[in-house]
Design a protein around this ligand. Sequence first.
Ligand SMILES: Nc1ncnc2c1ncn2[C@@H]1O[C@H](COP(=O)(O)OP(=O)(O)O)[C@@H](O)[C@H]1O
Ligand SMILES: [Mg+2]
Length: 314
Amino acid sequence: MNATLNSSSIESSPNASAAPAFDHLAPRAQEAAAREASARIEIIRGDWVIRHDAVVQGLNAARWLLEGPRRTRTTGLLVTGEVGAGKTTLAKLIKRLYPVSAGSSDEPVVMITLTGARHMRTVYGRILEALNGPVKATHHTADREMAALRLLRAVKCRGLVVDEVQDVLAGSVNEQRRTLDGLKYIMNEVQLPIIATGTPAAAEAFRSDKHMEKRFDRLTLPTWVVGPELAALLTSVARILPLRRRSRLAAVDIMEFLISAGEGNLHDMMTLIRHAAVQAILSGSERITLGGLETARTVPSMEAIDHVDDDLCA
Ligand SMILES: Nc1ncnc2c1ncn2[C@@H]1O[C@H](COP(=O)(O)OP(=O)(O)O)[C@@H](O)[C@H]1O
Ligand SMILES: [Mg+2]
């Protein structure tokens, strides 16, 4: 299981051998662990992603779709998971696989979120916004559709990532159908694979549409339970958090606590771990313990974080 530290604040040290060895950590985290407390807290609070099995599968399936030859009958991927399972995180990772530099002919992946979108008109509007195209309130659906399709073709869009698709379900049955038809239309007209993410309710809606059901592969992001997968996830987390002492996150009592406290939800587990890790730096204990996690529902003191490096300056 790999971890990605997206924080640009982890610089590679030109002289890594000068850093004290924190051999319970991954190499980049070892360097980070040598830094001052505030920098380490920033990393812990930052944007790190564990590439657990479902994430690896999702990235692979996405690459398969997005790097394949353009076909007349385009296919898609539907990623489902409960709120906080990591859908948006995965969607952003997929988009980041295809960075676009200004003035280049890079073929972008366009990502939109359907939060609050109940009409295809809004969906086209979101696509236009994502491509910095014109979105006029007065535009009818047909105008927006034409503009959106034209732009998607013009930029040679490689694929569309559509986050929070379950929100189309908030509309009436007819609106739902029109939106699903609209997505199919985009797939056909621009020969664009679609990677959709949504809650299990979205899976139901896709299942109710014969064409969608056939065209979309499925991937489920897990609700976690105590077991080897969770142990591997937590071992990866412990290896990238820049704490100076070893935390035994994969111990059974810690796993049981995290699962019962967060009901297997990744977001809830990660929130507790983040709080406990920051608290471990503030207290100087430098490791996450069961006791630390049990009190980690409370957000660490911002006042303490503000002054964490004061000793260094004194
Ligand atoms: N692969 C991952 N590695 C580490 N943390 C993750 C991962 N996926 C999700 N998280 C944590 O869970 C939170 C919620 O994830 P998110 O992708 O927004 O869930 P969803 O979109 O399914 O509601 C993130 O802010 C992050 O803290
Ligand atoms: Mg989300």
